[in-house]
Design a binder for this molecule. Structure first.
Ligand SMILES: [Fe+2]
Ligand SMILES: [Fe+2]
Length: 336
């Protein structure tokens, strides 16, 4: 990787002239002994100079030197942002396990990767946005993320990123992070089961993609009978949306049963608590909480404390033990 001043001067004239042409990245994402198929730029005063050429090897001393110089950001060309994201995606497991990288930077990397995967999976404009290739990538990322999710400070940091997201898929990411937190408090859950549950949490509302958007823009109590029926069909539509994807059974359970309630007041089948799968109860509770802390056209975002109070008021609808676990997870992360 050329860092010599001469190389920088030679290439400075070819460097992007505007910050708008560039995308900022953390130097900590440049894992040692890896090559990136993108150019990296360093800000020097008002100009940008080439820091690393395409395909050059990163070494531990590069990160050390950047840290010594107090460099907090490098830049990739906007046109190479996707290549950089794929690089981080391919190396995410090592990034998340690297304790020398601050939790906030690892959370940011995780959020960027997960957002780009979810954006593709939930793209209304793609005929088969959710397919086996994309689902395999999602599972790989989740498998690598589970050890990282186990720490309270990670949940806090991730929650801040998720809360800022305004897109449909950010809700899925938020429910998935909370679900992982609650499931981690339950003993004897093996990794593949947790990956299945977390993927179901991420995809729980995928059926909404098949329905007209207006039915999700009004308060559920103000919908016409026809629109309510449409709205309440989204769990079943979600299962059919996933028909061509090899979704594990627990993920399908989360998609189909996440609106069923302990007292049998949910939908689509009014199943009572003793027949609702545990994972679907966790997703259903985290879904309710995430919806409450997110602003809607008909209500402002509630604080975590207010959201939990509202859920407690409807305690017959939620499993008491799981609700205690959610409160424990949020308080350990100092979110409430
Ligand atoms: Fe839903
Ligand atoms: Fe939801």
């Amino acid at each position: 990787m050329p860092t010599k001043e001469s190389a920088a001067k030679d290439t400075a004239s070819k460097a992007p002239q505007s910050h708008g042409d560039l995308h900022p990245v953390y130097p900590s994402m440049l894992l040692p002994e890896r090559c990136g198929d993108f150019e990296l730029y360093l800000a020097q005063g008002e100009s940008m100079v080439l820091y690393a050429s395409r395909g050059e090897l990163f070494t531990p001393s590069h990160r050390e030197r950047l840290a010594e110089r107090g460099v907090e950001r490098l830049y990739v060309r906007a046109s190479e942002k996707e290549v950089f994201e794929r690089f981080v995606q391919d190396n995410l497991g090592d990034v998340l396990a690297d304790e020398t990288i601050p939790v906030e930077e690892r959370s940011s990397a995780w959020f960027d990767v997960t957002t780009s995967l979810a954006r593709e999976a939930f793209d209304r404009n793609l005929p088969k946005s959710l397919n086996n290739v994309r689902f395999s990538r999602i599972k790989k990322i989740l498998r690598e993320s589970l050890p990282f999710f186990g720490r309270p400070e990670v949940l806090k940091s991730l929650s801040q990123f998720v809360a800022e997201g305004r897109e449909f898929y950010h809700h899925g990411i938020g429910v998935m992070v909370l679900t992982a937190g609650v499931m981690n408090t339950i003993a004897n859950e093996d990794t593949e089961h947790l990956v299945g549950v977390c993927s179901g949490a991420l995809l729980h509302d995928v059926g909404k993609l098949t329905l007209p958007e207006h039915v999700f823009e009004s308060h559920p109590d103000k919908l016409s009978a026809g629109d309510r029926e449409l709205m309440q069909s989204h769990p079943v539509m979600g299962v059919s949306q996933c028909a061509s994807v090899q979704l594990p059974q627990e993920a399908l359970h989360c998609v189909l049963f996440h609106h069923e309630r302990e007292d049998g007041s949910g939908y689509p089948s009014q199943a009572p608590g003793d027949v609702i799968p545990l994972c679907a109860k966790v997703v259903g509770m985290c879904d309710e909480y995430e919806n409450l802390i997110r602003s809607k056209p008909w209500h402002e975002a509630f604080t975590p404390f207010e959201a939990l109070s509202r859920i407690k008021e409807k305690s017959g609808m939620y499993d008491r033990d799981l609700l205690k676990r959610l409160i424990l997870v949020l308080s350990r992360a100092e979110i409430m």
